[in-house]
Structures are given as structure tokens and as C-alpha cells.
Design a protein. Structure first.
Length: 342
């Protein structure tokens, strides 16, 4: 394991979350899905495109979302990430972002996107309070990007990165799902990409879900493959920042950007978990690969339910399992990553 060095700026003090589980893990970060709809057809997630389930409940409205976030914020949770599906497909996306960013206690509003129309909309996202953005780019080769996503939009997505920077976003991350025999040959190309750009690119292991077991078997590649390459090239592991997600991040003296590795199959991956999830329809998920969500929507109808909602969130968080069961081939009830925000 490479030596850990601290290359980050001085930390800004953040509140201590009151949300904890039986293992003593504290939760300061909520991934809030706005929709399970996505307009891309990524081979590891929705290879056949989005298909609406019959009788599916409606998404939370803005008032319900605001009540939900206020409850979490009152417990010291200070970071929200808007996810999907593709969250920007919600017609009220800007209004939702503005409402969430205005809630007292929310210090950081982020979003994850496939980059759809980002080049033309980045400024409106920033103006609505979004200060950090994760953009999915699984290949730097146009034809391979099209093969993986079903869309010939690589140039458009790359333009979106620059638009986000021009809009004022200083925390820009790129999500790259690492896939054997699809894009693992591009690792050095991605390293060269971040060498000249102040972005963090995170290689994410393919995760097994209920609808992709064969794809997982064919294309899973452990994060250690990237870690060894980084070590060989002189990259050094960085200290973890407050509120950071699951990535182990690396820096290099000769590179402007950083590289992260998200390896859910690594030992003790769940030990530092600091995030909770709520689906677009109000289901509270304690783990991406849990046995299902608990419906909070009945407690989101009125402001008068605030205390009951807070009590329920605290009690449920205490029941979070120590770890996922991916190593046993059990991915819970997650049908695909778009279903509850990845």
C-alpha cells in the first residue's frame, strides 16, 4: 500500500452528524434520487433502456422533498447529492435544487449526471445552488462511448465539463465504470486526461445487480488493477476529506487532477460508510444493496409530522447492517443502479 500523504487544503469545520448506526458510523451525506428514468442505455445498468413499471408510484413532489431534507438536516446531515436515473430529466429539477440548497444546515449540494445538455444548462444548475458535479464518462473514445452508453455524445459531455467550470463549479468529478475488455485498456488515457485538468476521475468497479449477473461475470475487474498501475507510476494516496464519498483518492505531483478508486468488493469497504439513500418515491434505503427500502412518504404529507419523521429516521438508521453481501453474490433487491440512484 502506498504511503498516505496529505495534499488537501486546510479543512473547513463541518457539523457532527447526530445520525449513527449500531456500529458507530455517522451519516452526513444523503443521496436523493429524483427519478429512476434515464435516457442513456449504459451496458452495465440499463442496456435495454428505461422501462416504466406498471403501477409505479409517483415521484416525491417539491414540498415532500423539502420536508424530507429538513428532517435530515436537523440531525446534522449537511451534504445532499441529487441523483437518478438522470436527475435532470425531472422538469422541476432547477426548482428542486433551489429549494434543497436553501434549507438551513445544507452546506453542500451536489449532483450526478450523464452530461445530457450540461453544456447549455450548467450555469442554471450553479445558480440554483449546486456547487459540485459528477459526470459519467466511461470512455474517451467516441465509438466506444457510443457502444457503452447507446449515444454518440462524448464531445457534448466533454463540453459540459468546461461549461460547469465556467459556471463556477470547482468540484468536478468524472465517474468511470471500470470494465474488463471494454475500457480497461484506456486507464493510461484517463490518467493523461486528468494530468492537465483539475478534476477527480474515479474508477468504479462494476457491481453485480439482479439484472446483470452475466455482464458482471464477463467484465468485472477489481480496483486493485488500477491501484497497482497508479503505484507503478508514482501516484500517492491522499487523506480522506470530510464528507467524502467512498473513493480512495490518489494524487501526483505532475498532475493537476486526482484519481479515485471505488471498490465495493474490497475488504472493509463498508467500514467508513457515511451515506444514506432515499429513492424518488420516498423509500429510505440504508444500503444500495439492501433488501429494500422503508417508505417515508406517509410522514411527508404535512409539516406537523416533522417530529415523527425525525424519530423514524433515527430509529431506522440504527438498524443499518454492518456490510453489504456482494461477496456472497447477494445484491439485495436492487434491480439496477438507476432504481435508487446508484
Amino acid at each position: 500500500m502506498p504511503d498516505i500523504i496529505d495534499l488537501k487544503a486546510p479543512e473547513t469545520k463541518v457539523p457532527t452528524s447526530l445520525l449513527s448506526d449500531a456500529m458507530g458510523r455517522r451519516f452526513e451525506y444523503l443521496r436523493l434520487s429524483l427519478t429512476d428514468v434515464c435516457n442513456f442505455k449504459c451496458s452495465y445498468c440499463l442496456p435495454d433502456g428505461y422501462r416504466k413499471a406498471n403501477g409505479a408510484p409517483t415521484n416525491l413532489n417539491i414540498d415532500e422533498i423539502a420536508r424530507l431534507v429538513r428532517a435530515f438536516a436537523s440531525l446534522g446531515l449537511w451534504k445532499i447529492r441529487l441523483t437518478g436515473g438522470e436527475p435532470t430529466l425531472r422538469r422541476e429539477f432547477i426548482e428542486i435544487a433551489g429549494a434543497v440548497s436553501a434549507i438551513p444546515g445544507i452546506r453542500r449540494l451536489a449532483m450526478t449526471t450523464n452530461g445530457y445538455r450540461l453544456a447549455e444548462r450548467a450555469q442554471s444548475y450553479f445558480d440554483a445552488g449546486i456547487c459540485a458535479i459528477n459526470i459519467s464518462i466511461d470512455s474517451l473514445e467516441p465509438e466506444k462511448f457510443k457502444q457503452i452508453t447507446g449515444h454518440d455524445r462524448l464531445a457534448e459531455v466533454l463540453d459540459g465539463i468546461e461549461a460547469a467550470r465556467a459556471a463556477g463549479m470547482t468540484d468536478i468529478k468524472i465517474n468511470t465504470v471500470l470494465m474488463r475488455n471494454l475500457n480497461h485498456q484506456e486507464i493510461d488515457d484517463f490518467l493523461n486526461f486528468v494530468a492537465t485538468r483539475n478534476v477527480s476521475l474515479r474508477f468504479i468497479e462494476v457491481m453485480r445487480t439482479n439484472d446483470n449477473p452475466q455482464f458482471f461475470k464477463s467484465h468485472h475487474l477489481p480496483g486493485t488493477h488500477v491501484a497497482k498501475r497508479l503505484d507503478d507510476l508514482g501516484w500517492k494516496q491522499l487523506a480522506r476529506k470530510p464528507g467524502a464519498g467512498p473513493a480512495v483518492e490518489y494524487g501526483h505531483d505532475a498532475a493537476k487532477g486526482r484519481i479515485g478508486i471505488i471498490a465495493p468488493y474490497s475488504q472493509d469497504f463498508c467500514a467508513t460508510c457515511n451515506r444514506l439513500r432515499v429513492s424518488a418515491t420516498g423509500k429510505f434505503h440504508l444500503c444500495l444493496f439492501g433488501d429494500g427500502g422503508i417508505d417515508l412518504r406517509p410522514l411527508l404529507a404535512s409539516d406537523s409530522q416533522y417530529e415523527e419523521l425525525v424519530t423514524r429516521i433515527v430509529a431506522l438508521t440504527q438498524t443499518k447492517a454492518p456490510s453489504h453481501l456482494l461477496h456472497q453474490g447477494d445484491s439485495g433487491k436492487t434491480p439496477h443502479l438507476a432504481s435508487i440512484g446508484g
